[in-house]
Design a protein around this ligand. Structure first.
Ligand code: GLA
Length: 685
């Protein structure tokens, strides 16, 4: 894909964008700005958002139910809760704030019932609290909720926003047609029109492009606005978060002060994820120098939610004035290690476990880009604890968790810092790609390891283990050591036995290590726990797959739906599964790319299913349906498009522990509403 504007110096103070007659975007710095009319500073050159924006936006928790009272109460709460002093500044209104039609003179009108004081009155109130007001519009004929769009009205609307006292505009991508949204040049043109109008409005208005990453905005939008969405909409579930992290992480080179990648607003506190997942969300948004726009109902936020949103050490990573997005310095199938250089020479290192079991993740100060020295201080930004390392960094990271560290070559008091250690535990269940699944009445080998990364040695190291009631865990050796010097570890063998008759569910297993360090022989105790899962295979006979409980599911857009099509982003919004006019009452509605995994326990033989693109996207969309027995592919549909009738797949699953239903997006993320129509699974007795 063509990269626009890379020839234009990042430091250009004045950028004039023109769209050529042939529809090709070009950029030039005029010899004399006067020759091209009044110069306008747009994009990162507008001087705004030198650090990523922090604030609130109503969309993720309120949808269309925004009103003046909510915005004012949120502003009040920013002040009373400490969010304002923590740096949160923008209170942003999303879609649905206006009336359905413009007035006779062509101006947008705030809905008089929702906003009795108008946007101006609301902005005045927000400003009186020392905060800023944001608003929403779309670069098309209508917004995503079908209110009037700004296309062709950019100057009028930008001038009205300025007159009302608006400080921030989120500019969406709905209400477009093939004539204005089929090429990158058309995207650049639509978004530039508003960028220029804002710059010409006489008010400093931060500009957020929301084109969902459609036309690689990271390659051009720094010349147009201050941040750009890199992905489709986030939703409040783990699959969505994991997919957005994977899309945004490789874009680090494009972020800089005044121009940020935007992986969408925060879902922290909305209830669809665990606190571990929400901590990953917040930590990685900070590590990736992303906007911190709270998307929850603050009036009902729990102390756990507030403690995430108010973590000052993590906010400081996001807001660091160097303005560099953390870069992925190492990755494997279930982990990423990020390093973010900070203005004072420290590094913020994030150890992210995207997998479904706890695991150990390691890196080093050298790999993270720190200068060579004898010892480093590591501060864990979630626990607040500081330790010292000679250079190696290791942490046991829970499933879906992120350990966030600030690493420095300096320390206030080296003598007070305990050596950095890490204790990990794994249970060998035979399939490392899945959560630790065990069978009732069986025994499994397990292993724990404690490593000393500190300069100081550990003495009198002892390791014990504990499991849920009725379970046993006993050592097979190696649970004590007199001393552990730098870089040395103690590995302990264990046997874990699940009681016969253990019910399906998660069970906690933990190890605890104690040791002494330093001249005063200080005692330290550390514990690491993991969950093992008792699963039961599907019932004997033939079952509808949609009636079974999956082990895990990921989906490109919204959640996997049972017995309906994918529909839209929200849960439960699908339609009857329909492929070329044929309706199926049972099945799974997904959106490629998608993977659904079921536990079979070696007890099943055959899966038969129809597959195809759902009629809800018309002739659009394409996907490839694949069935895996463990890691071997046992059926493949080839490419199916919206024009194809349903195809039947039959897969031999004999002996497989896992069934994976995979839908590949065939290289394009759009309109891939894919149906597993009427899948039936046969298992032995
Ligand atoms: C789009 C945007 C969302 C939100 C809605 C409002 O989906 O991507 O963030 O603004 O529109 O309708």
């Amino acid at each position: 894909m063509t990269r626009f504007f890379r020839t234009l110096g990042a430091s250009a103070a004045v950028a004039i964008l023109t769209v050529g007659l042939a529809g090709t975007a070009t950029a030039a710095t005029p010899a004399t700005p006067a020759a091209a009319g009044p110069a306008v500073s747009i994009g990162a050159a507008n001087g705004l958002l030198r650090t990523p924006p922090m604030g609130f936006n109503d969309w993720n928790s309120f949808g269309c139910n925004v009103d003046e009272q909510l915005i004012k109460q949120t502003a009040d709460y920013f002040v009373s809760s400490g969010l304002k002093s923590a740096g949160y500044r923008y209170v942003n209104i999303d879609d649905c704030w206006m009336s359905k039609t413009r007035d006779a003179a062509g101006h947008l009108v705030a809905d008089p019932v929702k906003f009795p004081d108008g946007i101006k009155g609301t902005a005045d109130y927000v400003h009186s609290k020392g905060l800023e007001l944001g608003i929403y519009e779309s670069a098309g004929t209508e917004t995503c909720a079908h209110f009037p769009g700004s296309l062709g009205h950019e100057t009028t609307d930008a001038n009205d926003f300025a007159a009302w006292g608006v400080d921030y505009l989120k500019y969406d991508n709905c209400g477009t047609d093939a004539g204005n949204a089929s090429t990158q040049a058309q995207y650049v043109a639509r978004y530039t029109a508003m960028g220029k109008a804002l710059a010409g409005s006489g008010r400093k208005i931060a500009y957020s492009l929301c084109e969902w990453g459609q036309y690689s905005p990271w390659t051009w939008a720094d010349q147009v606005g201050n941040l750009w969405r890199t992905t489709g909409d986030i939703s409040d579930n783990w699959a969505s978060l994991k997919s957005i992290i994977a899309q945004n992480a490789p874009l680090s080179a494009y972020a800089k002060p005044g121009a940020w990648n935007d992986p969408d607003m925060l879902e922290v506190g909305n209830g669809g994820m665990t606190d571990t997942e929400y901590r990953t969300h917040f930590a990685l948004w900070a590590e990736m120098a992303a906007p911190l726009l709270i998307g929850t109902d603050l009036r009902r936020a729990t102390p756990a939610t507030m403690s995430i949103l108010l973590n000052k050490d993590i906010i400081a990573v996001d807001q660091d004035r160097l303005g560099v997005q953390g870069q992925v310095i190492a990755a494997d199938a279930t982990s990423m290690v990020f390093s973010k250089p900070l203005a004072n020479g420290n590094r913020a290192i994030a150890l992210y476990n995207s997998g479904d079991t706890a695991r150990s993740i390691s890196t080093s100060t050298a790999l993270a880009g720190l200068p060579r020295t004898a010892a480093y201080q590591i501060k864990d930004l979630w626990t607040g604890t500081s330790t010292e390392t000679a250079g190696a960094i290791t942490a046991s990271v829970p499933a879906h968790g992120t350990v966030m560290l600030r690493v420095s070559t300096r320390a206030d008091n080296w003598a007070a810092l305990a050596p950095s250690t890490s204790l990990s535990l794994t249970v060998a269940t035979g399939d490392s790609s899945q959560s630790a699944v065990v069978l009732a009445g069986h025994s499994y080998p397990a292993s724990s390891s404690i490593i000393n990364n500190g300069k100081a040695p550990l003495a009198d190291v002892r390791v014990t283990a504990d499991a849920a009631d009725g379970w046993t865990i006993s050592t097979t050796g190696g649970n004590e050591k007199m001393a552990l010097s730098t870089g040395r570890s103690l590995t302990t063998g264990w046997t874990l036995t699940a009681p016969a008759g253990a019910a399906t569910g998660n069970y906690r297993v933990s190890v605890t290590a104690s040791y002494l360090w330093g001249p005063h022989a200080k005692l330290v105790t550390v514990t690491t726990a993991i969950d093992v899962t008792v699963e039961s295979p599907p019932p004997a006979g033939t079952s509808d797959v949609s009636a079974l409980t999956w082990d895990s599911a990921t989906n490109g857009w919204g959640p996997v739906e049972k017995n309906t099509s994918n529909g839209e982003n929200a849960a439960g919004d699908g339609r009857p599964i329909t492929i070329n006019g044929t309706v199926f009452t049972k099945g799974l509605g997904v959106n490629a790319p998608s993977t659904i995994t079921y536990y079979l326990g070696g007890n099943c033989s055959t899966l038969t299913t129809a597959v195809g693109i759902d009629d809800e996207v018309g002739l659009k969309g394409s996907a490839i349906f694949q069935i895996y027995a463990d890691n071997g592919k046992v059926a493949d549909s080839g490419v199916l498009t919206g024009a194809d009738p349903a195809r039947t797949l039959t897969a031999d699953l004999t002996g497989a522990t896992w069934l994976k239903l995979v839908v590949d997006d065939n290289g394009s993320a759009d309109h891939n509403h894919a149906d597993w129509a009427g899948p039936r699974l046969t298992c032995g007795g």
